[in-house]
Design a protein around this ligand. Sequence first.
Ligand SMILES: Nc1ncnc2c1ncn2[C@@H]1O[C@H](COP(=O)(O)OP(=O)(O)O)[C@@H](O)[C@H]1O
Ligand SMILES: [Mg+2]
Length: 265
Amino acid sequence: MLICPALKTIFRSGLPYCDNISRYESEPYSNENLMAVVALKDVHKSYRAGDTELRVLEGIDLVIEPGEFVAIAGPSGSGKSTICNLLALLDNPNRGSVYFNDQNVEELGDRELSLLRNHHIGIVFQGFNLVQVLTAHENVMLPMEIGNTPVDKASSEAYRLLKEVGLEGFEHQRPQQLSGGQQQRVALARALATNPRLVVADEPTANLDTKTAMQIIDLMRNLNRDHGVSFVFATHDERLLQRVSRIIRLLDGLIVEDTMQEAAS
Ligand SMILES: Nc1ncnc2c1ncn2[C@@H]1O[C@H](COP(=O)(O)OP(=O)(O)O)[C@@H](O)[C@H]1O
Ligand SMILES: [Mg+2]
């Protein structure tokens, strides 16, 4: 079985790889030779509703390179969330393959897959999905604590990330005490907490007013640049598309446009 460099590092360490993130973090793997962060090859996805089969994706080929800032556009029901779930390794295609770090994810066991998800992929949702009983700081610490990062390190990293997303002074507020835009900033800080290669955001601005939506897209773009992490986000809001460097447009189960552009500042 082919194993991606990250997993090789952990296998070499001879440790139970899911249990030791601090060791994992102290041995960052080189991704210089890896071409794609994530790729879909001839992916088909359908859903069954009673006797009928709803064919949502009908042969999608898509490669996301390191550091890209990509929007997936298309009308409601065109399959944007379905693609986001496949890219974030939250779902499997009915046909075709998903590659992460050049590794066919079908060949991974459950533990390897959760390792990939936990350490390499950050996810941001339309509804923010913060833990309501935790403060902003505790929400950002959560993925690091799950990954066994020492508490001191997780805490200082969470403060640093919250400052980076413009929430200095709001660290100890709970989600209900924050605006929608502020909650999405917390969610972005949380998505970056494990230093992922990819952040997938499904309609991250759909619950926000236009001005706040633009601010969140600009923040995502800055984080994309500063962290060198690839961002893929779904949107049906055409106004946001001028801010991205690549637009993938879906219609009737297919990619009907894949355009690179100079993003507006
Ligand atoms: N789990 C599911 N079961 C059945 N149908 C689904 C499921 N998820 C999505 N669909 C259907 O698949 C189509 C594409 O959905 P989705 O990927 O959510 O589109 P978008 O995010 O672009 O609005 C829609 O018609 C939706 O109703
Ligand atoms: Mg959707």
